[in-house]
Design a binder for this molecule. Structure first.
Ligand SMILES: C[S@@+](CC[C@H](N)C(=O)[O-])C[C@H]1O[C@@H](n2cnc3c(N)ncnc32)[C@H](O)[C@@H]1O
Length: 131
């Protein structure tokens, strides 16, 4: 990380506590700009993950990526429940999953044009929206 971001310490805003300690507005105020990558990897309780997903959908940048760790992990059923609830509860217009690998589900803001590559060759470019 230090190699790619020599000024990492200046870029980091550390909040010690639960993700729901702060409101959406407080997060936006603290981080100044909308994040391009959000990793949800805290509590495995459905209620908490649902909060984190709603927060991520609210604050991620227009071309941001949201990763949900432990999706489809049979040991963390709350993560699966929350992700399914989020998608079924009318949030398909906010985030759209586009990739699942290595235990993580990756989503982008719905409608973002994404490029799907295979073997280093671009094969597909699609607007991301689930039907
Ligand atoms: C699965 S671990 C992941 C830790 C970290 N991502 C890593 O790779 O080292 C989950 C961590 O999130 C913390 N945690 C649990 N619930 C949380 C919440 N609601 N908000 C923030 N962190 C939480 C736990 O205390 C634990 O340290």
């Amino acid at each position: 990380m230090r190699h790619h971001f020599p000024d990492l310490a200046k870029l980091l805003v550390v909040h010690v506590g639960r993700s729901d300690d702060l409101s959406t507005a407080e997060y936006i105020e603290r981080i100044e700009s909308k994040p391009r990558f959000i990793s949800i990897d805290g509590s495995h309780m459905a209620r908490d993950v649902l909060f984190d997903l709603n927060l991520a959908a609210e604050i991620t940048s227009e071309a941001g990526i949201v990763a949900v760790d432990d999706f489809l992990n049979p040991m963390t059923l709350g993560v699966n429940e929350a992700t399914a609830r989020f998608m079924l509860d009318g949030n398909k217009d906010r985030l759209s999953p586009f990739c699942f690998c290595a235990n993580k589900l990756y989503s982008v803001p719905t409608g973002l044009q994404i490029c799907i590559c295979a073997r280093s060759r671009a094969v597909h470019s699609v607007p991301c929206k689930l039907s």
